[in-house]
Design a protein. Structure first.
Length: 412
């Protein structure tokens, strides 16, 4: 069964071309030298992206591969202005990033509900010959053509907006935690890669407060090389304010698994390591109190790894850290052990002065990198968007007649 969660689409967008200005000379029975009266052409429609919080995926665009705006109408006699082409609004969920599918260049970003971004501007209409009349040129026999349309094949990539992003190996207990802390009902089973698509859950806190948690499919060592599900879903935690790393308490080496996860994030986007991090040791219902205390001592603060961006953070941000994680919490989503402590830690880190979500998701501070063309082709193939989208518009063949001269009579 095909999933309804679509976070990656490729579409061909085209704005409308401007209408041609009219070259018309008024010639009626009792006014044979009426002069120029050709009207201006209409403006072509534009393609505009609009943030809409009622959408949470790009499913509505998956089968709409051509989005075209209307062309502007041509000007007419009697100084009639051509009709303006209607603008086309493309509603997308907040967090949608647009790239040029041919060059991989970042185009624009729709970050919040109601935001409008001009993707392609419609062509201006040409001026009719009435606009060119002068004292020395009272019967101009020329008019402007409309401006051409703009066309671009774009990639729309959704990056979910959430406060906390979960990072862990398959079967680390991420989906179980989301289901225990929120009303979200992700699929839970005892086999790897149960979670095949990202999901969001709203976690309730004290005094009616809440924050959003994003669950993504598990990653494994070598994900940056395409193993497992690869790194295709990590884009959904790029915007998150805080990363919650989850490692099972029955793992052979918790610190090593944590470092593996950090390394995969570093290969995907080194800037992600500048985010605040919390390490949650899960499945503690399988451990006794003595073993938990041993692990707590073993996971005492360590020096940040070389190249870790969190190494420069304040003492408050690095206290209790393992390789840069802000805190270590022992939890069990099944029994509820440590969940209240975990929510307290997450809320404290989310509201720390050095980790304001507004500062991270601000339109002025959020930086999007261009696509690496060396891997862009493989990414398109993985997402099933590698086929070229072609379209031939027979209306693009312009009328060869550039001169219009009509006789009018009062009798019609």
């Amino acid at each position: 069964m095909e999933s309804n969660f679509v976070d990656y689409v490729k579409i061909l967008c085209r704005s409308g071309k401007g209408g041609k200005g009219s070259m018309h000379l008024r010639h009626v029975k009792y006014n044979p030298n009426g002069g120029p009266d050709g009207g201006d052409g209409g403006k072509g429609g534009s393609i505009i992206l609009r943030g809409n919080h009622n959408f949470w995926t790009l499913l509505h665009l998956k089968y709409e591969r051509h989005i075209f705006a209307e062309h502007g109408g041509n000007g007419g006699r009697d100084k009639c202005h051509g009709t303006d082409g209607k603008d086309v609004y493309i509603d997308v969920p907040p967090g949608t990033v647009v790239y040029n599918a041919e060059t991989g260049k970042f185009v624009c970003d729709v970050a919040y509900d109601g935001q409008e971004v001009m993707l392609l501007k419609g062509g201006r209409g040409g001026l009719g010959n009435f606009q060119f009349r002068t004292a020395t040129n009272q019967a101009p026999r020329y008019a402007q053509p409309g401006e051409p349309m703009q066309e671009m094949t774009v990639i729309l990539e959704l990056k979910l907006l959430a406060d906390v992003g979960l990072v862990g190996f398959p079967n680390a207990g991420k989906s179980t935690l989301v289901s225990a802390l929120s009303n979200a009902k992700p699929k839970i089973a005892n086999y790897p890669f149960t979670t095949m698509e990202p999901s969001l859950g709203i976690v309730g806190y004290r005094d009616g407060k809440s924050f959003v948690m994003a669950d993504i499919p598990g990653i494994i060592e070598g994900a940056s090389e395409g193993k497992g599900l690869g790194l295709r879903f990590l884009r959904h935690i790029e915007r998150n304010s805080l990363l919650l790393f989850m490692v099972p308490g029955d793992a052979d080496d918790i610190k090593r698994e944590y470092e593996i996860l950090l390394n995969e994030l570093r290969k995907f986007n080194p800037e992600m390591l500048s985010k605040h991090r919390v390490l949650a040791v899960t499945k503690c219902d399988l451990l006794d109190e003595e073993l938990i205390e041993m692990l707590r001592k073993d996971l005492s603060p360590l020096s940040s790894p070389e190249g870790d961006a969190n190494a420069q953070q304040s003492d408050e941000a690095t206290s209790g850290a393992v390789g840069g994680a802000t805190s270590v919490v022992f939890i069990s989503a099944v029994t509820g052990f440590g969940l209240e402590e975990l929510k307290d830690v997450l809320w404290r880190e989310l509201n720390a002065e050095s980790n304001k979500l507004q500062a991270i998701t601000s339109e002025d501070t959020l930086v999007h990198r261009d696509k690496d063309m060396a891997v862009f082709a493989q990414e398109l193939e993985d997402e099933g968007e590698d086929e070229d989208i072609e379209y031939v518009d027979i209306e693009d063949v312009d009328d060869l007649e550039d001169f219009e001269y009509e006789d009018e009579t009062e009798d019609g």
